[in-house]
Write a protein that binds this ligand. Structure first.
Ligand code: ZN
Length: 291
């Protein structure tokens, strides 16, 4: 068997953490990235899978529920993103889903907005909701005459197979003082499978380690503006997450009950922290090109 190669730093110095759905999750000792093995070699295959989401094991929402989940999500995170957009004239939302972020940002004056979404149903809904042009082309192949002041990738990075073509493309699309706004999972070295109920592997191809963003910055020429690490428990047990509908109506009923029980979510978050500690973060990171 060939030794797996890290898709970010090309090193073969890695070790296994756990496996899910027949894939191993490996930790790279050089750049700190966690990546699945076998890692997809055919990028087209990954893009096609996102386009139609043909496998059923992972909870994939229909566009209507996906939109409702986005509404809940951005109620909490919109202010951070809006702050990053101050003074910007153009924004590209990569993996824009059903378009709620673009829809909200359309209230900002003089901000040109456009999105990329590979999934056809979501892209169609995004067009309707936001009124923006939505491109169904992988970011690695996206070409534009506009140089964007802000590029957002909200919970998108871990789905994109090639770091080199992704970050080279983004750098070429950004204006000189542009910002790349990432919402992304960051894992501590000693993360365990039980820390999450479902890792969404192989839909998620990789997760950042705590040092990986620094590696990315030095490899692709970015500097960090802000880096906020939010312990996962705060996200898992936030009322916004629990109000978001899923596919199962039974689970939705439980969620509604929990949200309406005083202190239930805070107690669950505390229970999670006690039993799991903080080994997973959901982080907001803003990067700018290094001049
Ligand atoms: Zn690596």
């Amino acid at each position: 068997m060939q030794t797996p190669v890290c898709p970010l730093c090309i090193s073969q110095n890695n070790e296994e953490r756990f496996s899910e759905r027949g894939y191993r999750l490996l930790f790279c000792h050089v750049c700190g990235l966690f990546f699945i093995s076998p890692y997809p070699t055919d990028k087209k295959q990954v893009h096609n899978r996102v386009s139609d989401y043909s496998f059923d094991e992972i909870e994939i929402l229909d566009p209507e529920n996906h939109y409702l989940a986005e509404v809940q999500y951005y109620e909490k995170y919109y202010p951070f993103i809006a702050h990053e957009c101050e003074g910007a004239g153009s924004l590209l939302d990569v993996g824009c889903g059903t378009g709620h972020l673009l829809e909200q940002l359309s209230a900002v004056d003089d901000l040109y907005l456009t999105g990329i979404e590979l999934n056809a149903d979501r892209a169609e809904m995004a067009r309707k909701k936001s009124g923006c042009e939505i491109h169904q082309v992988p970011i690695e192949e996206f070409k534009s005459a506009t140089k964007f002041d802000v590029v957002t990738m909200i919970n998108v990075l871990s789905h994109i197979p090639s770091f080199d073509s992704l970050f080279n493309s983004i750098r070429s699309l950004m204006s000189e003082n542009g910002r790349l706004v990432l919402k992304v999972g960051e894992l501590k070295k000693d993360v365990r499978k039980g820390d999450l109920f479902d890792w969404g592997i192989p839909d998620h191809l990789h997760f950042l380690g705590l040092g990986t963003i620094n590696y990315i910055c030095s490899k692709y020429g970015f500097k960090i503006n802000t880096h906020d690490r939010i312990p996962l428990s705060q996200e898992l047990f936030s009322p916004h997450t629990w109000r978001s509908p899923g596919r199962s109506s039974f689970r939705n009923a439980i969620k509604r009950m929990v949200v309406h029980t005083p202190f239930a979510l805070a107690a669950l978050a505390r229970y999670y922290d006690i039993t799991h500690g903080t080994r997973i973060y959901s982080s907001f990171i803003s990067l700018s090109p290094q001049s």
